[in-house]
Write a protein that binds this ligand. Structure first.
Ligand code: ADP
Ligand code: MG
Length: 476
């Protein structure tokens, strides 16, 4: 007596079950149903294209063997794929995919619709009961381009991000990979792109997800047998922003899943934005095929911002928070915290907290005392700029004057003391010092140092000035 398709498939399942881990069986085989048996061709229905790809990639040998065992050497397996009504193709259809047994590309032939199950995509961020796919992009509205200060450190990444935001999926920056050290603004920029897209194109489905969260969702979906919903959700997006992809390291199964999602989105012209703490070539623990895709588009790095950019970031932040700090405090903070924007902001926040608690205005002295804990390297190198600034403040003369040709007494005095302190407190050569203070030559510097030393010996008041300034220098 002829066996029915269900009987044949059930016998296959028996064998498969004995050959793979229980969890894999539950995830990948339980959702399959047998559809028909025509001659030696068994057709099974799988819930999505992704399922088909996964089976072909991971279980093709096992499937081929079991089908042949049941149906003889001519036994063949075909797939019938349920396509979600919410996917781009519009009306539901089924696709017939002959398995050629070696995992080659699927040949899809659209068929008249024998069976199609419409499923609503489930959102792992959970908005149950919503009919239309209405996705909260999980973006923080505070991260915008407006408050992302531009500097040499981020120009390429920022402008590429801007281009992507104007035309998601429509530039060659796909994926756009933003990389750089901690606290340099990767998350801010990536989210700014998402927010900008939502502003320009509100109907685009955008999702921001940290790599860690994605991994967790994947594990949960395995546990709850909702892997198909999980993948469908991400494959339905127009823009996916994945933060900190270095966290994929060592998580092979999640990488596999993301590889498929990536391919699907990329092929359909959807935008992928990634951030990472290292350049793609330096990422360890990631599969080669995934890494190679990360290199397809543009990798743009974020560098440590220069002093000017750091000051601008602090000012922007102060403005946003409606607070004011004396200019010299801002300069001091920006000058001394120079490797990480997050720490820069952190220092400012604790300054504010201190001043509120102590009911004291923030001045330079308080800032210095406060920031001792923030600044690891206390014996920081003193620069000529700093010396010049200090001396000019002390004598209340404009900085430009020291560099000018003027021979006014108090200016000459400030200039000579600046040169003298630069000689004793920096590693600069006489030539460099001369050049810095208004393009003078080294003999002028030697003369200045000589004069200052003489005056210290003979003029008590002068000696007190120099001591005062030196004390201030040591405090910095
Ligand atoms: P990362 O993700 O690289 O660790 P974040 O994006 O979290 O860094 O940035 C740390 C903090 O610094 C955030 O508060 C962010 O707003 C701020 N920040 C970084 N770069 C800039 C910038 N160019 N302009 C303004 N704020 C910035
Ligand atoms: Mg981040």
């Amino acid at each position: 007596m002829e066996k029915t398709c269900t009987e044949v498939w059930n016998s296959c399942l028996q064998i498969i079950k004995d050959n793979i881990p229980n969890q894999s069986f539950k995830t990948w085989f339980e959702p399959i149903s047998a559809l028909k048996l025509e001659g030696k061709v068994l057709t099974i229905q799988v819930p999505s294209l992704f399922f088909y790809e996964w089976l072909e990639e991971h279980y093709v040998g096992l499937l081929r063997k079991t089908v042949k065992k049941q149906l003889g050497d001519e036994g063949r397996l075909e797939y019938n794929i349920v396509v979600d009504k919410s996917s781009n193709t519009g009306s539901p259809y089924t696709t017939n995919m002959p398995s050629n047994g070696n995992g080659a590309e699927a040949k899809s032939q659209s068929m008249p619709i024998p069976v199609a199950i419409n499923k609503d995509i489930k959102n792992p961020f959970i908005i149950p009961g919503l009919k239309k796919l209405n996705v909260d992009p999980q973006l923080n509205p505070n991260y915008t381009f407006d408050n992302y200060i531009e500097g040499d450190c981020n120009r390429l990444a920022r402008s590429a991000g801007y281009a992507v935001a104007a035309k998601p999926g429509g530039t060659s920056f796909n994926p756009l990979m933003i990389y750089g050290g901690v606290g340099l603004g990767k998350t801010h920029l990536a989210q700014a792109i998402g927010n900008e897209i939502k502003r320009n194109l509100p109907d685009k489905l955008v999702i921001y997800v940290s790599c860690e969260k994605f991994c967790q969702q994947f594990v949960d979906s395995l546990k709850n047998n909702t892997i198909n919903d999980f993948v469908n959700f991400y494959q339905a997006m127009d823009v996916i922003i994945m933060d900190d992809v270095h966290n994929f390291a060592g998580k092979e199964k999640t990488q596999d899943i993301f590889f498929h999602i990536f391919n699907h989105l990329h092929q359909s012209g959807k935008q992928i934005i990634l951030t990472s703490d290292k350049a793609p070539k330096d990422l360890a623990g990631l599969e080669e095929r995934l890494l190679s895709r990360f290199k397809w588009g543009l990798s743009a790095d974020l560098q440590v911002p220069d002093l000017e950019t750091r000051v601008a970031i602090l000012k922007k932040k102060m403005y946003a928070d409606g607070i004011e700090l004396p200019g010299e405090v801002v300069e001091y903070v920006a000058h001394n915290i120079d490797n990480n924007v997050r720490e820069l902001e952190g220092a400012m926040v604790s300054l504010l907290a201190q001043s509120t608690l102590n009911k004291k205005d923030i001045d330079l002295a308080l800032a210095k005392q406060m920031l001792k804990n923030f600044i690891k390297n206390t014996s920081k190198e003193i620069s000529m700029e700093y010396i010049q600034k200090l001396v000019c403040e002390y004598f209340e003369v404009p900085v430009e004057m020291v560099k000018s040709q003027t021979r006014k007494r108090e200016i000459v005095q400030a200039r000579q003391i600046s040169m003298y302190l630069s000689k004793s407190h920096t590693k600069s050569s006489l030539k460099t010092i001369g050049a810095f203070f208004g393009g003078r030559d080294h003999s002028t510097v030697i003369y200045a140092c000589q004069t200052v030393e003489d005056l210290i010996e003979t003029d008590k008041k002068f000696k007190a000035y120099v001591n005062d300034i030196q004390k201030k220098l040591k405090m910095s």
